[in-house]
Design a protein around this ligand. Structure first.
Ligand code: PGA
Length: 260
């Protein structure tokens, strides 16, 4: 199975010119081996222009709305994304949930996007107070509480979505919120355990990515496992050299292990 590397640019870079230049640099660094797939997810205004630059990488969006048109100021529909060359859409990122996106909204977005034929990258992950416990030895992982949190999210976010619809187009990104942008990634062994758990709920064919402070220095420790189907990369994805290294690691990791 191909490893998937998703570049989540968030609200960056500042201009169209910079976005095109970054996309060009990233494209140059991708060696097409058939062993990995790279997705670039720029902000909405840059989608079309970045899409034109991409030949090896695929185009992704960072958000979507569930209605297919009408009086919804500021929203963008799944079919508009498809018509703009978008193949993947990130839904339910913790930074969006923090701004008020609920599981119910995430569920509608996932449903509408899958129906429109987009590949969905559904983000789940627990906050620090559910994933970490302070003990006399410092912070330790509270796996049971983290799993309960993620289970509830998945059940709500995937409510009423048939397995036939999830089968090939659902990707779940496990992103413990405390690991995002903190420079403190999860322990790869804990992510592997969580990936198996997520698959048992979301569907055995779902790809599970890891996200949270992934860099070229730690990518191998996650991607070497067959249970981890790829990475969702934030900060490091704004550096073409970093993404090039991470993609090379994904290509090599795939030589060693494949889940299916
Ligand atoms: P990070 O972000 O790699 O900067 O931690 C990951 C994400 O938010 O998707």
């Amino acid at each position: 199975m191909k490893k998937l590397i998703v570049a989540n640019w968030k609200e960056n870079p500042a201009s169209l010119k910079k976005a095109i230049s970054l996309a060009r640099q990233i494209e140059k660094g991708i060696v097409k081996t058939g062993k990995s797939e790279v997705v670039i997810a720029p902000p909405f205004p840059f989608l079309s222009a970045v899409g034109k630059v991409l030949k090896r990488a695929k185009l992704g969006a960072q958000n979507v709305f569930w209605e297919d048109g009408g009086a919804y100021t500021g929203e963008v529909s799944p079919s508009m994304l498809k018509n703009s060359g978008v193949e993947y859409v990130i839904i339910g990122h913790s930074e969006r949930r923090k701004l008020g996106e609920t599981d119910e909204m995430v569920n509608k977005k996932v449903k509408a996007s899958l129906k429109a034929g987009l590949k969905v990258i559904l983000c789940v992950g627990e906050p620090a107070e559910r994933g970490l416990t302070r003990t006399s030895r410092g912070l330790t992982r509270n796996k049971k509480s983290a799993k309960n949190f993620v289970k509830k999210q998945l059940e709500n976010d995937l409510h009423d979505i048939a397995f036939s619809l999830r089968k090939s187009a659902l990707i779940v990104a496990y992103e413990p919120i405390w690991a995002i942008g903190s420079g403190k990634p999860d322990k790869p062994e804990d992510t592997v355990e969580m990936a198996k758990f997520i698959r048992s709920i979301a569907g055995l064919k779902a790809k599970v990515l890891y996200g949270g402070s992934v860099t070229s220095r730690n990518a191998k420790s996650f991607l070497q496992y067959k249970e981890v189907d790829g990475a969702l990369v934030g900060g490091a994805s704004l550096k073409a050299e970093e993404l090039k290294k991470i993609t090379a690691i994904a290509n090599n990791a795939n030589k060693a292990q494949s889940r299916i």
